[in-house]
Design a protein around this ligand. Structure first.
Ligand SMILES: *Cc1c(COP(=O)(O)O)cnc(C)c1O
Length: 500
């Protein structure tokens, strides 16, 4: 399987795409020939999460042998990296509603599912490409990616990682997770600004020829762990497939019966993996893209116009505070019928004017698979309160956005009796201030004290990664201007080259 760019005919091997992330023309890599309708319940039933992962990933990472893939999968998904033997357990709310819990990994967010495997894929690709340089992963994070990437790459030989997070935006718990990161090959820095600032400034450093030449001289190659990398994207297909198998096994749906999924969306990576699962043959009906007040995507699915010229809001669901969704370009590629010229034009429109539009016919076609919806912070907290009081189930703010969008849909009869799965993207305890407000509890100055109060009311114990975090020392507390990112990267390059 080779990978082509969304913007041209450029075509590369899986190992090249893994190592370089972005195509030379600025596009994203997609399969040259997508493996359509290759999965069925009969072939999947009885398989473990790990076996399903091998079945799915064998279609994409053809550059590795089955033995190599299986070894990587075994290292990524086991009882040391995930707190649940099912990896992604399904929680039933009632007969037509389930929650797929994607938050049982080391950092308690769904990013762990991809970032537990990604370092193995990347280092194996590095070997295949005979790349001798030290890798430096540069990542901008809206909160959860950074910590998951740091845990994934911590002390992995031949790799180093530097994470930038916006000083305004991440939750206090997310901040502590990053500030207290351990490992000899890691750096973390806050930047003044929001996530879009962090992402766009980092992209500028990443593509700066002088910076790259400097790094090259020092024996360092930049790479990215952002969700545009195929090594992040494809492992996410696996849990849509395992969710389908579990739904049938549990009798929630019958074999081949269609179900809808609602995905709390930011960079559009998670929901895109759901779309890929559908293309591979999983009977997903609608993929519902749930947004918070930064509802660029919800508006797009309503009007066919993607319009970034709007105010940016910091919300209760920080990992969805994004106006430029980096994986959206892959979606556009399929919306354009795999026409790279059209995608290239749309991306130029977006860059020049901050907007792009599809035709009414194109909108109608893509609404066969996708729908959008959004709710604000007040409603999000009301949803957390309602679901906790009525079902005894505690949602994190991102998952609550998806849940609220689902409630509104159900009220309008849009689910048409189909089973709905909510993708639960984070553990609620990553967001103590929002949870305590939603449950009308007292909020303490120290987020750990707030958690103790929440825990004593809900009876939900602190997961070990958070309980351990409280007593760890802060390693990274600096906060810099966007303009200083380049210098921060260069000085880490120096440190890496003097260590090597
Ligand atoms: C990253 C993240 C999202 C958004 O996922 P995308 O793949 O970027 O759309 C939603 N919720 C949480 C908790 C996240 O960490």
């Amino acid at each position: 399987m080779n990978f082509r760019s969304t913007r041209s005919d450029e075509c590369v091997s899986p190992s090249y795409a893994l190592l370089h992330g972005l195509a030379a023309d600025g596009g994203l890599y997609v399969p040259e020939a997508f493996p359509e309708d290759v999965l069925s319940y009969k072939a999947l039933s009885g398989k473990s999460y790990q076996d399903i992962a091998e079945t799915v990933l064998a279609h994409f990472f053809t550059n590795f042998t089955a033995e190599e893939r299986k070894a990587m999968i075994a290292s990524a998904y086991n009882d040391e990296t995930f707190r649940d033997p099912d990896i992604v357990p399904l929680h039933s709310i009632d007969t037509d509603l389930s929650v797929a819990e994607l938050f049982h990994g080391r950092t308690l967010a769904f990013k762990d599912l991809a970032l537990s495997l990604f370092p193995y894929l990347l280092t194996a690709a590095k070997k295949q490409e005979q790349e001798q340089r030290e890798i430096l992963i540069l990542t901008a994070t809206s909160g959860d990616t950074g910590k998951a990437a740091l845990e994934g790459f911590k002390d992995v030989p031949g790799t180093n990682i530097m994470v930038f997070y916006p000083s305004e935006g991440v939750s206090p718990m997310q901040m502590q997770q990053m500030q207290k990161q351990e490992g000899d090959n890691v750096r973390v820095s806050a930047i003044h600004g929001n996530f879009d600032d962090a992402q766009s400034f980092l992209k500028r450093v990443f593509t700066n020829p002088d910076v790259n030449a400097y790094a090259n001289d020092k024996g360092v190659l930049f790479s990215s762990a952002n969700s545009i990398n195929i090594g992040r994207l494809f492992p996410q297909i696996v849990y849509y497939v395992s969710t389908y198998v579990t739904l049938v096994d549990n009798g929630a749906i019958s074999e081949g019966e269609t179900f809808d999924v609602i995905v709390p969306t930011g960079n559009f990576g998670n929901i895109l993996a759901g779309y890929f699962a559908k293309k591979m043959g999983i009977p997903i009906g609608k993929l519902i893209c749930a947004s918070n007040k930064n509802k660029v995507l919800a508006d797009f699915f309503e009007t066919g116009v993607y319009d970034m010229n709007r105010d940016f809001y910091t919300t209760d669901s920080p990992s969805m505070d994004i106006l430029l969704s980096s994986n959206f370009e892959r979606f556009l590629f399929y919306a354009a019928g795999e026409d790279a010229k059209k995608v290239d034009q749309w991306e130029k429109d977006l860059l020049e004017t901050g907007t792009m539009r599809v035709t009414p016919e194109e909108l109608q076609a893509l609404r066969k698979d996708f729908e959008g919806g959004w709710i604000g912070d007040e409603e999000t907290e009301a949803v957390i309160n309602h679901v906790y009081n009525d079902f005894g189930y505690l949602l994190d703010p991102h998952t609550a956005v998806a849940y609220g969008v689902g409630m509104n849909r159900h009220r309008l009869g849009l689910d048409e009796g189909r089973h709905t799965v909510i993708m639960a993207t984070a553990h609620p305890y990553k967001f103590p201030p929002v949870i305590s407000a939603a449950l009308a509890l007292r909020e303490s100055a120290d987020p750990f004290d707030t958690l103790v109060d929440i825990s004593s009311v809900t009876g939900i114990a602190l997961p070990k990664p958070l309980a351990d975090l409280k007593h760890k020392p802060v390693c990274f507390d600096e906060s810099i201007d966007k303009e200083a990112m380049k210098q921060a990267v260069l000085s880490f390059v120096d440190a890496i080259s003097s260590k090597a």
